[in-house]
Design a protein around this ligand. Structure first.
Ligand SMILES: [Zn+2]
Length: 343
């Protein structure tokens, strides 16, 4: 049992010479992989420089994984969305209120083409080593529902395109109250969006590595978040994914939650012959005692996790989601990365 890869995410996709220095710092912090958080604006405006940055990371000895960060507000992330700016249709709709939401409906052909084309453009024009599907989700419900209980009742998406597709498949109008058909429909359509693009990427380059990172939720008999990717068996079974990953757990949560999520993540990955990945919170919050990082890293390693990843470079230093003491947090994570990689 040993950690095979150590990754950190990175936002800076502007000037190669600046990125180069940051990549060297990542190497010193024991990272062997950088996850580039690529925004719709980066694709639209900074695209000529993206491959130069990918090459600089390679020259520094880092693997490079592309994260289509927050695209369409379908994936996690704080970035703004050009798709939403440039389209007044193809948005998710609340089932209970009929309200149009500020998130793209990823079950529409329009958004699926948009997303696939962004990824294919990267695959065909850059030397990235893979892709990272970052917390894909339906717009509702959200919050810590699965940890605290009491998930919200409302859900998405009940847009005209989803309703039409549901009617054609099941032969009756899509209900407003979620039933088993709606659950199955949401899972199937959500997974298709990712698997279809993943398949297309593998056709361009079979060596591209695909990680699917879903929310770290308990999905118990009583409460699940129903974000669309909470049926872990369905997600992990997808033949185009190489790594099954689950997201960050806030340092303040009980240790048993870290244990339960990690146990299920590793078991699910093994069941379907994938590598497992667990995340460390390297932004937003530092643990009260930095030694908790050492402890959690040991826990992950002892439970058979294949890969560690951290959001984000320098503890989010200088951003509105910086942790308290971001540079110390980054250093402590770096010490741990160096420690586990040397084993
Ligand atoms: Zn929809």
């Amino acid at each position: 049992m040993s950690i095979k890869h150590t990754a950190v995410s990175y936002y800076g996709l502007n000037y190669v010479e600046h990125a180069k220095k940051d990549f060297e710092e990542m190497k010193q912090h024991g990272c062997d992989t950088v996850i580039l958080a690529i925004t719709e604006f980066d694709m639209d405006f900074w695209f000529p420089n993206i491959n130069n940055i990918v090459k600089a990371a390679h020259e520094t000895g880092l693997r490079v994984i592309a994260d289509p960060w927050g695209i369409g507000k379908y994936f996690g992330g704080e970035q703004v969305s050009l798709f939403l700016q440039n389209n007044i249709h193809h948005r998710q709709v609340s089932a209970y209120t009929g309200e149009v939401l500020n998130a793209a409906c990823f079950n529409t052909n329009s958004f699926r083409d948009y997303f696939k084309n962004i990824c294919l453009k990267l695959a065909k024009n850059t030397d990235v080593d893979g892709f990272f599907w970052d917390e894909p989700h339906y717009a509702y419900p959200k919050s810590y529902a699965s940890i605290t209980g009491g998930a919200g009742d409302d859900w998405a998406c009940r847009c005209p395109e989803c309703m039409k597709k549901f009617q054609e498949y099941y032969g009756y109008d899509m209900p407003k109250f979620m039933n088993d058909d709606v659950k199955q429909f949401r899972w199937r359509e959500a997974l298709f969006t990712l698997s279809d693009t993943s398949k297309a990427l593998k056709q361009v380059n079979p060596d591209l590595e695909i990680t699917c990172c879903v929310h770290a939720t308990m999905n118990t008999y009583y409460v699940t978040e129903l974000r669309g990717y909470d049926n872990w068996d369905m997600v992990a079974a997808c033949p185009y994914f190489d790594v099954f990953s689950t997201t960050i757990i806030n340092w303040d949560l009980p240790e048993q939650f870290f244990v339960d999520i990690t146990e299920r993540t590793v078991a699910m990955a093994k069941k379907y012959g994938k590598q497992s990945e667990r995340w460390l919170m390297g932004y937003n919050k530092r643990p009260k005692d930095f030694s908790q990082i050492d402890h959690v890293v040991d826990l992950y390693e002892s439970m058979g996790v294949d890969r560690l990843a951290t959001w984000t470079y320098r503890g989010g230093y200088g951003t509105s989601v910086a942790a308290k003491d971001p540079l110390e947090l980054w250093d402590r994570i770096g010490e741990n990365y160096n420690r586990v990689l040397k084993k």
